[in-house]
Design a binder for this molecule. Structure first.
Ligand code: ATP
Length: 474
């Protein structure tokens, strides 16, 4: 590994929004919508922006206390960078995708260029990728911040996220670097069967890269889209929900918040297990309100977070009485993800992302729980997306509730199998009885009363009935 600038660590949290209007306008333009929305306009605006992956960021956390800074900056040996007092108002944010100046090929070449120095990761040196062991494949996905490539590292199949350092825009570069460091720090810290496994990262002059294990099954959102809104079999839905809840309970146990939990960030592996990805905006939880509100995706975002991330002109502040930055914002998103898994549908699919945000914040709208939903799952959803974060259960409790639901489902399935087994047995006995007892008895009876055909037709209809029954059972 060659020398170069080192990881400066997480940036401070005392950023300011310089121009809220600019930001929100840009966002609305991107969505092609006006800002003068009302709930009444929903019925006439039935457009959906697909996965609704409208990523966003507004930074208005000028209320950050020194205490919260200290707590964050002391974590994991991180230190404050020289100039952390910048604004993201004019820089990259997760409202719009980062446009790449370089083509897919050029991005990959910039990473693999052996003539440019590879920079190390301060405090995470052991995680620096050895590019000689990395084989780049094709680009397969585009996130808000980076482009995703398939490849191998040391022979193992991997996903390589490449972030392009914006030229001639140091402010934007700083924000992206923050995002990069954030993700590396989180991934290096988190080790759990339901968190995507970190393999390494590195920085080159033009690009940064993050390498993780590759999920063959893609994201949960892709999986549900492929199923065309058909619900996932209940047993699988609960198993997948449990994977997410266990992963998130672990994240929360470490005092962290994901902040961007959504089905696009849940990856499916070949053993059908789910792992949580995209820790670019995850944060260390603090008790004050001083954290930088950034990203998330409206359809999955807790009302208190929405209120901080967009044009506040339409926010009904009476509905937003709670601190945004607690782990409860992830619990809210989990409720939406659970609903998605159970129904197979995109949340608020007849609304645009902004309409959904408006309805959630101002009207207390939530997805409709289907009538046939297992009551315990309905209860988990309702509690998780309660407007009052204090009512939302901790994810450890959600895990326990889901484990209980899983047991209930298994017991019901076993009972159904058990009764099916006995019906099948009875059918076979009836059929044997027909062939070996009833038929010979009937024919001997008929032969005694020659000329009568009535019992025969009765017998055959009986046989038919029993055969149909057996066919149905099997
Ligand atoms: N390890 C992986 N294996 C397979 N697919 C992945 C992996 N990591 C990410 N993806 C896919 O790439 C997409 C974008 O990745 P990621 O979320 O990390 O990028 P991002 O720039 O942070 O974007 P966003 O904030 O919009 O989610 C994901 O939604 C997922 O479908």
């Amino acid at each position: 590994m060659e020398g170069g600038s080192k990881f400066p660590g997480i940036i401070g949290l005392n950023n300011h929004v310089n121009n809220y209007d600019d930001l929100s306008q840009g966002f609305y333009h991107k969505l092609g919508e006006g800002t003068n929305m009302s709930i009444d306009s929903f019925s006439s605006l039935q457009t959906s922006n697909g996965g609704g992956s409208v990523a966003m960021s507004v930074d208005n956390s000028s209320v950050g206390s020194n205490e919260s800074h200290t707590r964050i900056l002391n974590h994991q040996g991180l230190r404050r960078r020289a100039n952390d007092n910048y604004s993201v108002a004019h820089s990259v944010n997760r409202r719009g995708r980062v446009s790449h100046a370089l083509s897919d090929d050029a991005l990959a070449r910039a990473l693999m260029d052996s003539n440019s120095p590879t920079e190390g990761l301060e405090n995470f040196d052991e995680w620096t990728i050895d590019l000689r062991k990395l084989n780049m494949g094709d680009a397969f996905a585009q996130g808000a911040f980076g482009k995703l490539y398939r490849g191998t590292y040391n022979g193992e199949e991997v996903a390589i996220k490449i972030l392009e350092r914006p030229e001639n825009d140091p402010e934007k570069a700083q924000v992206m670097e923050q995002q990069f460091q954030q993700e590396v720090m989180m991934l290096a810290t988190l080790k759990h069967p339901n968190i995507v496994r970190f393999i390494g990262a590195c920085r080159k002059p033009m690009v940064w890269c993050i390498v993780t294990e590759y999920a063959k099954g893609g994201s949960v959102r892709q999986f549900l889209t492929k199923r065309q809104n058909r619900s996932v079999p209940l047993k699988l839905a609960v198993k997948q929900a449990l994977d997410v809840a266990r992963g998130m309970a672990y994240v929360h146990r470490l005092g962290l918040i994901h902040r961007d939990l959504k089905s696009d960030n849940l990856l499916i592996f070949s053993d059908k297990s789910i792992k949580i990805a995209d820790f670019g905006v995850a944060r260390i939880e603090v008790q004050t309100e001083g954290m930088t509100p950034e990203t998330g995706t409206y359809r999955w975002m807790a009302p208190s977070l929405i209120a901080l991330t967009d044009d506040i002109s339409w926010i009904n502040w009476e509905m937003i009485q709670h601190r945004p930055y607690t782990q409860k914002v992830d619990v809210y998103s989990f409720g939406i993800v659970l609903w998605e898994l159970v129904t197979g549908m995109l949340p608020f699919q007849n609304m645009t992302a902004v309409q959904a945000a408006f309805a959630v914040v101002n009207k207390g709208a939530r997805p409709i729980i289907p009538n046939d939903c297992l009551p315990v799952l309905g209860e988990i959803m309702t509690r998780c997306w309660d407007a009052n974060p204090d009512v939302r259960p901790p994810l450890a409790e959600v895990v326990a509730m889901l484990e209980h639901a899983e047991t209930e489902i298994m017991t019901t399935v076993r009972k159904a199998r058990f009764s099916g087994y006995y019906v099948a047995k009875l059918a076979v006995v009836m059929w044997i009885f027909d062939v070996y007892v009833y038929m010979p008895a009937l024919f001997s009876f008929v032969s005694l009363r020659e000329g009568s055909s009535a019992p025969e037709s009765f017998y055959f209809s009986q046989m038919m009935l029993h055969s149909v029954l057996i066919a149905l059972v099997f």
